[in-house]
Design a protein around this ligand. Sequence first.
Ligand SMILES: [Zn+2]
Ligand SMILES: [Zn+2]
Ligand SMILES: [Zn+2]
Length: 95
Amino acid sequence: MGKAAKITGTWANCKACGQEMAPGNGCSSIHIYDMPNGEKWKRVAWGREQRYQAPSENEACHDCNAMPGQYHHPGCDMEECPKCGNQLLMCDCWD
Ligand SMILES: [Zn+2]
Ligand SMILES: [Zn+2]
Ligand SMILES: [Zn+2]
């Protein structure tokens, strides 16, 4: 909890792609991450995470409402770091 996307009746807008974070609107903006060390990593789409069991076919991301196979909106706390496999918001790859 603690994300604006949960407010009843409205959806927060993604700062990256500008879409409302409504179910089915995966992020259309950033699909590759440029790491501080110059490496490029393809983002992990919802449902491709190593840390969780794959969601069912119509199960939106619990935080950003991406559907399986779509990209999370940046800042989603479900997103996995493509490099280390930990929670993207918590990992050390971006220092
Ligand atoms: Zn987005
Ligand atoms: Zn998400
Ligand atoms: Zn990482």
